[in-house]
Design a protein around this ligand. Sequence first.
Ligand code: XUL
Ligand code: CO
Length: 442
Amino acid sequence: MQVLTGTTEYFKGIGPVTFEGLESDNPLAFRWYDATRVVAGRPLKDWLRFACSYWHSFNGNGSDPFGGPTHFFAWDQRSDVLDRARDKMDAAFEFFTKMSLPFYCFHDVDLVDYENDVAENERRLQAITDYALEKQAASGVQLLWGTANLFSHVRYMNGAATNPDFNVVAHAGAQVKAALDATLKLGGENYVFWGGREGYMSLLNTNMKKEQEHMARFLHMAKDYARKQGFKGTFFIEPKPCEPTKHQYDYDAATVISFLRQYDLLDDFKLNIEVNHATLAGHTFQHELQVAADAGLLGSMDANRGDYQNGWDTDQFPNNLNELTEAMLIILEAGGFSGGGINFDAKIRRNSTDAADLFYAHIGGMDAFARALIIADNVLQRSEYRQLRADRYQSFADGTGRDFEEGKLSLEALRDLAIQNGEPQQISGKQEYYENMINRFI
Ligand code: XUL
Ligand code: CO
């Protein structure tokens, strides 16, 4: 990929980051991510489809509830709002191309600051997406998905599409319309809905049924509008159980799937599964991926990791090989993502303040995923993993087990078979054996 810098080079002396292999001890090189290496019939770049999150990497300034910014950006200096937005975009595309990141993702307000004037915001988004079109064409970087930030503005404090005040719902609609227009204009492959404040802080003041019906109505309107404009991509819902709300309606994959089914949205929507959202819901990441894959709805992934010692969304860069290998087993067996990819919804720490830290973070994440994919493919191709799992269900392959699966048996027949066959023998689940199989290939 050709490195793309604007008039200023923001990450001086760093990159382009290339694949150097296992012999390399260069911290600014890939040791595993060889984009063109073919694994399970496809190059790594096609399995992984890495994307950079605009919000964490170019807006996230390190502030937290206890202190202000620690990341001071050279692209955030000029007084004119569009000058500033273009500088930020120069920095972003310099980073994407130095990292060979094929995709990026954004919220509307990540690209350019918004005010309270709907028409002015639309004008700003149009102007900055004109610039993004040029940048995409010059670099080959593509938009994996766009979205609208319906949670930061003060008007959304009681929700956006689920707000009890219709005036707020209308503003959410205006914002989503403009974000859809921007996504379409940039050839975005998908569009995401993460309902950060679509939920409640207290059930005492909340009509949950009404709010969920409003959410479904809103999603239908957005989908109908985008399709009418010619959008061919997929809409993703990103489940999360809580934070910032006490309870978010898109709690987890199973909840979202049943919501999509109830409101007739299954033809257009799939899921974007995020690691730390899964763990906040009391699940493993693998569980959420499997639920989505089993429903044929595994659209995309937001990659990050949480912290075992606390219960909030820390959005750290992924580095846990065992966890990622189990995830890649599911993704390989599902045949990859439906339209999506791996978006690093992750941020460098507040005290990671060197320009190179953003590079180390993405290099680590990309290498970890590439390595996990290679390990998972080895497990599938070279171990007894598949066979053992299939053998576990052997009793349904023929005879009465098969009759059961095909609905040919009654409950009375089960009773008679229980007597006829006697007490079953113990069959081990071999959990430790399976766990060792993964470690064997790491
Ligand atoms: C928040 C989160 C969002 C979505 C996009 O937890 O994951 O950044 O990915 O709105
Ligand atoms: Co996310």
